[in-house]
Design a protein around this ligand. Structure first.
Ligand SMILES: Cc1cc2nc3c(=O)[nH]c(=O)nc-3n(C[C@H](O)[C@H](O)[C@H](O)COP(=O)(O)O)c2cc1C
Length: 330
């Protein structure tokens, strides 16, 4: 009898479909609804480092009455962080945990390595089953050399992995010069899973008003190409679980991601667009496809089409590229 159960980052899941971190996962009520429609796990909306730092700054100003912060106040703040946002987030974790049976993955959106080890411990105490570190830095204005940014992230991930006993996964962007190498380095930090890829806020431009106008908040289906490529290239060569995210808008895309080597897929935009029931559809479509193909479980086809075994998988991809494009005619 075919079934959808799988293991991701050491967690037992009844389905490979995970609700990605988003506004859909920031209340206990939504988490309950997501469990009902059949997600295997939920990644809670991230707690953002900038928000915490902004809140701390406000509190410091209230304490001193001045924008200038006395050094001794800073010491006090560092010893005893007083962030309401943090408390609220920890309450969300513990309430979600008692309301549902599916694993609850907390998400920390980091831009530096300050304070994250403290917060990771608190998140573990609040009952989260795992922590996803959302390594979020758009390296546009950054004065820091690439090697330092990379080292900062590796140090941060190592520190958090050592600090807690629950699994730590990381969600990364594709903005690395040597992405393959970086994924390999991350896989050696103690992280139990790598989520490919983070999707940044992308501003649009209104050509009439000549202003920046909103953004492409939701992904489109062809955005799956990037995670599909990199999971296909890396999953056979790196020992970690991969979660695919960005552009998974159909059960077909979910199956493709698993064939490429993903253990799970994380979805957000398709739920925003089509509603919660889409999760149910994903589950039953995948199950039907498995039955047609005579697969009993996810591991029967996970990674079946990944690229394995070369020191330089990029060269394989280049050969495929030349084959495809040589024969492309209008
Ligand atoms: C409205 C919205 C809010 C999001 N908030 C977060 C967040 O707080 N933390 C995070 O790691 N990702 C966040 N994401 C990104 C999603 O988790 C997901 O990785 C991304 O949307 C790509 O998946 P999709 O193509 O299924 O939407 C958000 C996405 C959306 C649409």
């Amino acid at each position: 009898m075919a079934n959808l159960s799988t293991h991701y980052a050491g967690l037992a899941l009844a389905s490979p479909i995970i609700a990605a971190s988003s506004g859909l996962t920031e209340t206990v009520e939504n988490v309950i609804e997501l469990e009902k429609v059949g997600v295997g796990a939920v990644v809670l909306k991230s707690i953002f480092e900038e928000e915490i730092l902004m809140e701390m700054e406000q509190i410091k100003q209230q304490m001193t009455g001045k924008p200038y912060v006395f050094p001794e106040t800073m010491d006090y703040m560092d010893d005893e962080p007083h962030e309401d946002l943090i408390r609220k987030y920890l309450r969300l974790i513990s309430e979600a945990k008692s309301a549902v049976k599916i694993p609850i993955i907390a998400s920390i959106n980091c831009i530096s390595n300050q304070k994250w080890t403290y917060l990771a411990s608190e998140i573990e105490k609040a009952g989260a089953d795992a922590i996803e570190l959302n390594l979020f830095s758009l390296p546009s204005e950054n004065e820091m050399p690439a090697s330092e940014i990379e080292e900062m992230y590796l140090t941060l991930v190592n520190k958090v992995c050592k600090q807690v006993n629950i699994p730590v996964t990381i969600k990364i962007s594709h903005y690395y010069t040597a992405l393959g190498q970086m994924i390999k380095k991350f896989s050696k930090t103690g992280t139990k899973g790598i989520v490919l890829f983070n999707r940044y806020y992308s501003p649009d431009i209104d050509i009439n008003s000549e202003e920046i106008s909103g953004s492409f908040v939701l992904s489109s289906p062809n955005e799956i190409a990037l995670p599909l490529r990199w999971i296909g290239l890396m999953s056979g060569n790196v020992k970690t679980d991969f979660a695919a995210t960005t552009g998974i808008h159909s059960s077909k895309s979910a199956i493709k991601a698993i064939l490429a080597g993903a253990t799970v897929v994380q979805i957000a935009s398709v739920i925003y667009k089509e509603g919660l029931s889409v999760v149910n559809e994903f589950n039953s479509d995948i199950l039907n496809w498995m039955k047609e193909k005579d697969y009993e479980c996810i591991s029967d086809f996970k990674g079946k089409l990944c690229f394995k075994g070369a020191d330089n998988p990029a060269s394989w991809e280049r050969v495929q590229f030349m084959k495809e494009f040589r024969h492309f005619v209008k």
